[in-house]
Write a protein that binds this ligand. Structure first.
Ligand code: SF4
Length: 444
């Protein structure tokens, strides 16, 4: 039996795409290899979000090439956002900067044809027209039966972005916004429910742009209202949404549909209006605050996570202080902090007033501490107000089961009466802070 191994870098979307690719190989008689060294087929699903992920992508490719130089029977396939952006240098047989000798790589497959990898390989074709991201059309659907590594299913319903924020390379790798049709989403959800999933994470590169054009401009709110009708679907979680894309219709939907997790992840990036404008973000600090206020009005103690980038070009001490003060005074649960990384071909890479890495690191440290304190505060509030947490059962570590609760705080609990397999929907009462989350007792 042939063995397949997929190395995946980057975001949840990439991970979910890899899970679908792997699933198709397994359905067709392949076995999953434990690591690259054992595999007959190696797929590297690369990422280009930072310099570091570029570097990691190149290293993984080098590692696979080494294996292939000792065993020419290995099939090596490269895909993902790094290869999408730097395809020209990847297939350039010449020499200095090129990592690859194209004869060593069986395929470099563009992001919009990832879903065809198994079909391309099984026809032993080693050629496919590589499309540039700007030419991507149509949503490439990936079927997902059982994402065996997860208790929650990440379901990609949207791809691409045309916002071109100054620092971001994503539009160059993912192309224009495209959405999966509602009919196809419903079929996919039914399949996941049949495989005992009861939490679906709706994901997209720019999720708030979801729009099934073939269906009278059917948007994210329409979709949530529709899929809430699936009886055995207990939790719907939304991945990151641009703050300005929360419109009144979406707020109303969130108010009406209690299957939606009270947990939102908003890419704030900076709390300075000057920097928001400079970096082509499409909202003001005030508008961001209004979104937060409305979400908390609808469901008090909603978990709110924000992405923040420190060291954006032009970020002076004063402008960073604006960000810091905003975050100190706003209700938030946690921060994802990124240090700005110069991305080739982006607007921000050409900007003056680049911030020294050392200063950016110091700013990042301050935010890490703030995030830590805010999360503890939030945990204490959940306990004080005895807020019931729901979630799906994950693994059992030592004597505790875990669940990433609807409010995104990790819940730990013991359960003597039932043997849980994972994926069961559960309700928990919070008792006390524990490890990185909360110790709970099972209600039902
Ligand atoms: S909205 Fe997000 S994905 Fe789109 S360009 Fe801006 S940062 Fe990148």
């Amino acid at each position: 039996m042939k063995k397949i191994f997929i190395e995946t870098l980057g975001c949840k979307i990439n991970q979910s795409e890899s899970a679908c690719i792997l699933d198709e190989f397994l359905q067709n008689g392949f076995q999953k290899a434990v690591n690259m060294n054992e595999a007959d087929y190696i797929i590297i699903n690369t990422c280009t979000v930072t310099n570091r992920t570029d570097y990691k992508s190149r290293n993984l490719i080098k590692k696979a090439l080494n294996l292939k130089s000792n065993n020419s029977n290995i099939k090596l396939i490269i895909t993902g956002c790094y290869s999408q952006r730097f395809m020209d240098s990847l297939i350039n047989e010449n020499k200095d900067s090129s990592l690859l000798n194209s004869s060593m790589v069986d395929n470099i497959i563009d992001n919009n044809n990832k879903h065809l990898i198994y079909r391309i390989i099984s026809k032993s074709s080693n050629y496919i027209d590589f499309q540039k991201a700007k030419d991507f059309k149509g949503f490439s659907e990936m079927k997902m039966n059982d994402v065996s590594d997860h208790s929650r299913a990440f379901l990609k319903i949207q791809d691409g972005c045309n916002f071109f924020c100054s620092y971001c390379a994503v539009p160059y790798a993912r192309g224009n916004p495209r959405s999966r049709s509602v009919e196809s989403i419903k079929k996919q959800i039914q399949l996941l429910l049949d495989n005992n999933y009861s939490e679906i994470v709706l994901s997209g590169i720019n999720l708030g742009l979801y729009n099934d054009e073939s269906n009278n401009n059917y948007d994210l709110s329409d979709l949530i209202n529709d899929i809430s009708k699936f009886e055995s679907l207990n939790l719907i979680r939304l991945s990151s949404i641009e703050p300005q894309l929360f419109n009144q219709k979406l707020f109303d939907t969130i108010r009406q549909q209690n299957k939606i997790c009270p947990h939102y992840h908003l890419p704030l990036q900076t709390g300075s209006d000057t920097l928001l404008k400079l970096h082509r973000r499409r909202y003001t600090v005030n508008e961001f605050q209004n979104t937060v206020t409305k979400l908390l009005e609808i469901r008090p103690l909603t978990a709110l996570g924000f992405d923040v980038i420190v060291g954006l070009p032009g970020e002076t001490d004063e402008l960073f202080e604006e960000t810091y003060n905003l975050l100190k005074n706003i209700d938030l649960t946690y921060l994802h902090i990124f240090i700005y990384s110069k991305r080739k071909y982006t607007l921000a890479a050409q900007m003056p007033n680049q911030v020294h890495g050392k200063i950016a690191k110091e700013r990042s440290k301050l935010l890490v501490e703030l995030s830590h304190n805010k999360k503890n505060q939030y945990i204490n509030n959940l306990i004080k107000h005895k807020v019931t947490l729901t979630g799906v059962v994950e693994t059992k570590n030592d004597e505790y089961y875990t669940s990433t609760s609807n409010r995104y705080i990790k819940a730990y609990f013991k359960n003597k009466s039932l043997t849980l397999q994972g994926k069961e929907f559960i309700a928990l009462s919070p008792l006390e802070p524990f490890k990185d989350g909360i110790l709970c007792e099972v209600i039902k």
